[in-house]
Design a binder for this molecule. Structure first.
Ligand SMILES: [Zn+2]
Length: 706
């Protein structure tokens, strides 16, 4: 284990193991089989890479993600690790070379696609070499219930017979209890140890919005929160992918489409640009993402509803793998619910499969309509209880308003019933609103007792209520009768008045504004250096044909600008800087850091926001100008100044627009009101005839502590 820690620190540049990485590594070193459930960004790959380096022989990693192998191998080579991959993208000569390296023991880690591994020739090859471990990545692909099912994965049980003494580790970032059991059965891990890490991704802010006009909402969200950031936007259909990418491009962002209908070259190009350039938005069907290991995706948007919570968790999980603040944003409306419900009924899958899919969709819809903390619900779906609401989801940040919708629901349900359960939502809403319509008249539905009974609500409010009634299972959409909505068993207690219903108020789009994050990766004082380091990283990456994050993650750059190391011996303590990268890139980055000295006034004891104010002070801006530039209240700016004055780094007379006499006057007045419990500042303020700003008095008081 000592050796494992050394590899972690010297080769990978991390000071300590995270989550239960250490226990997993230990189990493998002890020769045990392991099932590890880890959230994305939890450091999954270190769990097998480190034992593969410590143990004798080559570690064989089975991964369905062919597109990703090149990047993984590049990243390992950057660390000085001998890694290679075998998959269908290689030329014959390359395969020969890798096989000969393998036989001569020149490889530490070999990535291999499952379809190749199960081929007898490959088994024969592997039985000639010493294997340290098998790592089966994305292990949930064995599950035929899952959306990523890979039949080849079900053959992997042969590893146990063929290589009985080699430890196996199966890894996945998403698996409910059923899938977990399937993995254990299919991969024969019965005698292994299971490690379940928290599925929480605290750095991701979840938000789910209702509304028909998803695209406009999406744009507002991107503009306000992620002006220059890389992100992924998911849509259900190819057509919507194309039109959304085009629309975002017109808005001035670089947005590229990705779906199965594009030719392979175009898909490849768009994916490469997304990985290698900064700030690109990829608009995709769910075909995209499996195998995207880009750590600095800052947001994932959904313009359509995922089919299950697993899919939602997995897709949103592509944001913020580097652990830095990121967003998962979604808009959905009535039509999404109806479309998905219909798609499931239409499917030709076996009944049990349909039933499971239906339940999964119900859970997803429940998450959308939830009025309490989304993260708690998400985690509890994966069997994890969390005591406190998270404070970092839309429902925590702006609790939704609810209303007692029992009576309205009764009207809605009874109107569905009375009109014969033969019509869609729009028609039923028209009856409730008492609209004159030839169809309604022909059906004599203007004679119903519910005709015009619902005029207290607007069309949008009725649609919102119907969406919730369908989502929550009080109504269902019958595909067989052309999308007619029908009552369910669940609706009876509501109709009989035995149960009440609290519904979400439909919110105006403006409301989402309050969650405006305005988050930048670094404080403004660090921005110029950060930008320059990013440019350097891009340049180094481009010359080697690598994605920038293979050189250093954003998190590593952020730590560099915040700590500003001045020599290599300091830089080696930065997380993500291992020996090889220090030797290869250290000097280049130090050189740039030296070009951006911080002004003396900036003090490491102050918070970033105080420092940002002080930088502007050093540029001789007035309090009013600083307040305007930073969109802060003047009193806040005075508060920052007071801190700096109290610490002795600012001279009050230099920053305050008062003369010596006024200064003395304030000092004397302060001396006469020394009892701070009485609200000293207020007394002084009043005694001075309200002539000086509170902030000014505060600054003087900071300079002259009594
Ligand atoms: Zn929450």
């Amino acid at each position: 284990m000592q050796r494992a820690l050394q590899v972690l620190q010297h080769t990978f540049g991390y000071s300590e193991f995270r989550l239960n990485q250490a226990d997993i590594v230990q189990a493998l070193l002890d020769g045990k089989d392991v099932l590890a459930l880890m959230p994305t960004g939890g450091g999954k790959s270190l769990c097998y890479q480190i034992p593969a380096l410590v143990l004798d022989g080559v570690g064989v990693v089975i991964s369905p993600l062919i597109a990703l192998m090149q990047d993984q191998v590049d990243a390992l080579n950057q660390l000085g690790i001998k890694a290679a991959f075998l998959n269908s993208t290689l030329e014959y000569e390359q395969v020969r070379q890798i096989e000969s390296d393998l036989i001569s023991g020149d490889l530490d880690i070999l990535y291999i696609a499952p379809e190749r591994l199960v081929n007898p020739q490959c088994v024969n090859l592997l039985s000639q070499v010493k294997i340290s471990l098998f790592a089966i990545d994305e292990a949930h692909c064995v599950s035929q219930w899952g959306h990523d099912f890979r039949p080849d994965y079900q053959q992997l049980s042969f590893l146990s017979h063929q290589f009985p003494t080699v430890p196996k580790i199966a890894l996945t970032a998403t698996a409910d209890e059923r899938t977990r059991q399937e993995i254990i059965n299919q991969l024969d891990l019965h005698n292994g140890v299971t490690f379940v890490n928290s599925f929480d991704r605290p750095n991701i802010r979840y938000a789910i919005n209702e509304g028909q006009n998803g695209r406009e909402q999406l744009w507002r969200f991107i503009e306000e929160n992620h002006g220059n950031d890389a992100g992924i936007v998911y849509c259900l259909s190819r057509k919507k992918v194309e039109s959304t990418a085009e629309w975002l491009s017109k808005k001035g962002r670089v947005a590229l489409p990705y779906h199965a209908g594009l030719n392979a070259d175009e898909r490849q190009t768009n994916q490469q640009r997304f990985l290698r350039e900064q700030g690109i938005i990829i608009v995709a069907t769910i075909a995209f993402g499996m195998g995207i290991d880009k750590p600095d995706v800052r947001f994932v948007g959904h313009l359509s509803l995922p089919k299950s919570i697993e899919a939602y968790y997995q897709e949103t999980g592509r944001a913020g793998r580097d652990g830095r603040p990121s967003s998962a944003w979604m808009a959905y409306g009535l039509q999404d619910v109806i479309t998905l419900r219909q798609m499931m009924q239409q499917s030709h899958a076996a009944e049990t499969f349909k039933l499971v899919s239906q339940q999964k969709l119900d859970s997803m819809l429940g998450l959308c309509e939830l009025i309490s903390c989304r993260r708690q619900a998400l985690l509890s779906y994966f069997g994890e209880e969390s005591a406190e609401p998270c404070g970092n989801c839309d429902n925590c940040l702006t609790p939704p308003e609810t209303w007692n919708a029992t009576e309205a629901a009764q009207k809605a349900l009874s109107c569905v019933y009375r009109s014969g359960q033969r019509f869609g939502v729009a028609y039923v809403v028209d009856i409730l609103l008492g609209k004159s319509d030839p169809r309604i008249e022909k059906n004599q539905h203007d004679q119903l007792s519910t005709f015009g009974l619902g005029q207290e609500l607007a069309v949008a409010e009725w649609r919102s209520l119907f969406r919730q009634l369908i989502a929550l299972g009080f109504l269902y959409v019958d595909h067989e009768s052309y999308g007619a909505i029908k009552l369910t068993e669940k609706s009876r207690p509501i109709l009989r008045g035995e149960e009440s219903l609290n519904a979400r108020k439909s919110i105006k789009a403006e409301k989402t504004k309050s969650t405006k994050a305005k988050k930048k990766q670094v404080a403004s004082i660090h921005q110029p250096l950060f930008d320059t380091l990013r440019a350097l990283r891009k340049e180094l990456a481009d010359t080697q044909g690598l994605p920038p994050y293979v050189i250093f993650h954003d998190a590593t750059l952020v730590q560099m600008v915040e700590t500003r190391p001045s020599q290599l011996s300091e830089m080696q303590y930065i997380s993500g800087v291992g020996e090889r990268k220090l030797a290869q890139y250290g000097e280049d980055f130090l050189k740039v850091i030296k070009q951006f000295p911080l002004p003396d006034i900036v003090n490491s004891n102050f918070s970033d926001t105080v420092n940002d104010t002080l930088v502007l002070v050093s540029e001789e801006l007035s309090v009013a100008q600083i307040a305007e530039a930073r969109e802060l209240a003047e009193s806040t700016v005075y508060g920052h100044l007071a801190q700096a004055i109290e610490a002795g780094v600012l001279d009050p007379l230099e920053v305050l627009t008062i003369n010596d006499d006024d200064y003395q006057l304030i000092c004397q007045t302060l001396d006469t009101f020394t009892d701070e419990t009485q609200g000293q500042l207020k007394q002084v303020y009043e005694a001075l005839g309200e002539e000086f700003d509170y902030g000014v008095i505060k600054c003087v008081a900071a300079a002259e502590p009594n």
